[in-house]
Design a protein around this ligand. Structure first.
Ligand code: UD1
Ligand code: CA
Length: 504
């Protein structure tokens, strides 16, 4: 989806250390802050992806607070990461010391990033490394000019424009606080400079913490070159500390994702009311209508129309399909197929090309063949419905006997009449018919009609006898021999006659 990525030159990066030990108390959550999601994926996953893009020798995540959760999550999404534990959060400098603890000899620089800055891209990290190398810096820090720098560390530059030190907001005097260039907390260090600096930092500040930022001041006073790489895209330096910021981050990420898809040839009628996870894939000439949420591993083929008011989670949609007012997950929708409005498509549903899952239909673990239709008010579960079959309105596949689930098969071009119950396990053969209102408990051979319902019996004059003088009785006697259906039939016959004349 993205443009050609920036890559770092031949030399490898020694390590990326992702700081992720902090408390995240302002989230007020039993879940680690790093596992909260932006565009459908954990904040930590973005940090790890950006780091991975540098192809470092080592990728280390420093964990602390709620570390079992964080380590479990990393095991799932990025088993190539190693973790180091920072037992007590004694500051960013201490966190990097922990991250470096077991790395041995490194053959390149050390990059430091944060686990809670989801918008930072691998591209930006690569540009930072390239700038570091091009300028022969000992340390390069990623910085930004912000309108309100409150709370951030300020970048103090010397008269050559190099960084002489970073001063935390709480340790800064008024003149320093007036500086609007801030420290993003993302850096590239020459390894020896980092190791030396970390051995010299002291917890002599307002928070009595070991500040990583002090390593920059130490290197600068040693006469080393400390550069700043300034970026315009402030979002890439933004961390998330509470759920208000999380919401803002989600909104911005979604805005960017929608914009990227629109530029790639997708029509999104109302991007503010369309949510697309970063993992979703869309074809060209896809149309997305308002109130649509495309999640997880969803992919949509060329020319398909999704929405309005549709949520697809891990759904593969074929080209030119139409899905309207639908909730679907773990399903495959074939080319040119139609779904909805008001369908509930559950895991294991596979709808063939040009097939139909219609209005107020629920499906689960059901394969519906090419051109087959389940158009109205039905439940189809644990079934195979072959190509061209038609499932009448109100049909229920009774798949559950209270203990076990059973399968149903409906053959090719079979026809199941309205309001039938197919009691599984049962097999309707190819071209078989089921009369409307049947409860089918036995297999139906190919080409056979099954009628499984009470035969109709009419009791003449029943109302006159049992409810004399009632409204129904009066209506019946007024009707006499009049049957509205006879008139309809006569009209139809007349119509057919005149059509024939017109054709001759
Ligand atoms: C830090 C920087 C500040 C910068 C800001 C950008 C220092 C001293 N200050 O400040 O200059 O403008 O980031 O957001 O570095 N962490 C640990 N272990 C610790 C402490 C922190 O893993 O002991 C992690 C946190 O989880 C977080 C990151 O490091 O991801 C930053 O920590 P935080 O306490 O938010 O630093 P700030 O005070 O914001
Ligand atoms: Ca912070």
């Amino acid at each position: 989806m993205s443009d050609t990525p920036t890559s770092v030159d031949q030399r490898t990066v020694g390590a990326v250390i992702v700081l992720a030990a902090g408390g995240g108390t302002r989230m007020k959550s039993s879940r680690s802050k790093l596992l909260h999601e932006v565009a459908g994926h954990s904040m930590l996953s973005y940090a790890v992806n950006a780091a991975t893009a540098l192809e470092p020798e080592h990728l280390v995540v420093v964990v602390g607070h709620l570390r079992e959760q964080v380590m479990g999550h990393l095991h799932d999404i990025a088993p190539h990461c190693r973790t180091e534990v920072q037992e007590e959060q004694k500051g960013t400098g201490h966190a990097v010391q922990c991250g470096m603890a077991n790395l041995g000899e490194l053959h390149g620089e050390v990059v430091v990033t944060y686990g809670d800055v989801p918008m930072l891209s691998g591209d930006t990290l690569a540009q930072l490394v390239n700038a570091h190398r091009a300028n022969s810096d000992a340390i390069t820090v990623l910085t930004a000019q912000v309108p309100d720098p409150t709370g951030y560390g300020r970048i103090v530059r010397d008269d050559r424009g190099l960084v002489s030190r970073i001063v935390e907001h709480r340790d800064a005097d008024d003149a320093t606080r007036a500086i609007t260039e801030i420290n993003s907390g993302i850096y590239v260090f020459d390894t020896d400079v980092l190791i030396d600096g970390l051995s010299r930092i002291k917890a002599e500040n307002d928070q009595a913490e070991l500040y990583l930022t002090d390593v920059l001041g130490i290197a600068s006073s040693d006469g080393r070159r400390v550069g700043a790489y300034e970026i315009d895209d402030l979002w890439q330096t933004e961390g998330v500390n509470d759920r208000v910021q999380l919401s803002r981050m989600n909104k911005e990420m979604n805005r960017r994702i929608c914009e990227q898809w629109m530029r790639a040839g997708v029509t999104i009628l109302d991007p503010e009311h369309t949510w697309i996870h970063s993992s979703v894939d869309l074809g060209t000439d896809v149309t997305i209508l308002p109130g649509t949420s495309l999640e997880g591993a969803t992919s949509v083929g060329d020319g398909a129309t999704i929405g309005p008011d549709t949520t697809l989670v891990d759904v593969e949609v074929g080209a030119d399909a139409t899905i309207m007012r639908t909730q679907a997950s773990l399903a495959v929708i074939g080319e040119g197929a139609t779904v909805g409005p008001f369908a509930y498509v559950r895991p294991g549903t596979v709808l063939g090309a040009k097939g139909k899952i219609g209005t107020f239909v629920e499906t689960k673990n059901t394969k519906i063949g090419e051109g087959a239709k389940v158009p109205h008010l039905a439940y189809a579960g644990d079934a195979i419905i072959d190509a061209g079959a038609n499932i009448g309105a109100g049909t229920i596949f009774a798949n559950y006997d209270g203990d076990n689930k059973w399968h149903t098969h409906v053959g090719r071009n079979a026809f199941v009449g309205s309001n039938s119950v197919l009691v599984a396990p049962v097999d309707i053969g190819d071209g078989g018919y089921v009369a409307a209102g049947s409860t089918v408990t036995q297999d139906v051979a190919p080409g056979t009609l099954a009628v499984a319902r009470g035969r109709q019996k009419n009791s003449d004059g029943w109302v006159a006898k049992r409810k004399p003088g009632s409204k129904a009785d009066r209506a019946a006697s007024e009707a006499g021999d009049y049957h509205p259906n006879d008139e309809v039939a006569a009209d139809q016959a007349k119509q057919a006659g005149s059509n024939q004349e017109a054709q001759q």
